[in-house]
Design a protein around this ligand. Sequence first.
Ligand SMILES: [Zn+2]
Length: 117
Amino acid sequence: MARKLSKQFRVIWTPEFMTSKTCLSCSSRCGRCAWLESSRPLNKHGKVPEIRGLRQCLNPDCGPKLGLLGHLFNRDWLGATNIGRNLARLLNGRPLISAPQGHDLELMDLDAELHNN
Ligand SMILES: [Zn+2]
């Protein structure tokens, strides 16, 4: 798809590493929303069920000061928004929100090779 799009548009590969786990407000790590999950009944395995698609900033100093309620994010929205932030950082020569690793590093190397040839 990227190849087809590149015939009519400029395509810039943008790393997605940690984009769905990085707080939009403070750039700290986001994780499961444990306090909300713990208010739900245990699942059939006797474990606290995860609320899929919900992330909470794990920095206790981030977000409104309402006890347990920190910044909450829809995981997909958070990831998409942070990919946009990464693109803006790439275009402005600033570091990414989190250093890419593994698959992201390989794709960045391939992308650099393509644009240097
Ligand atoms: Zn935060």
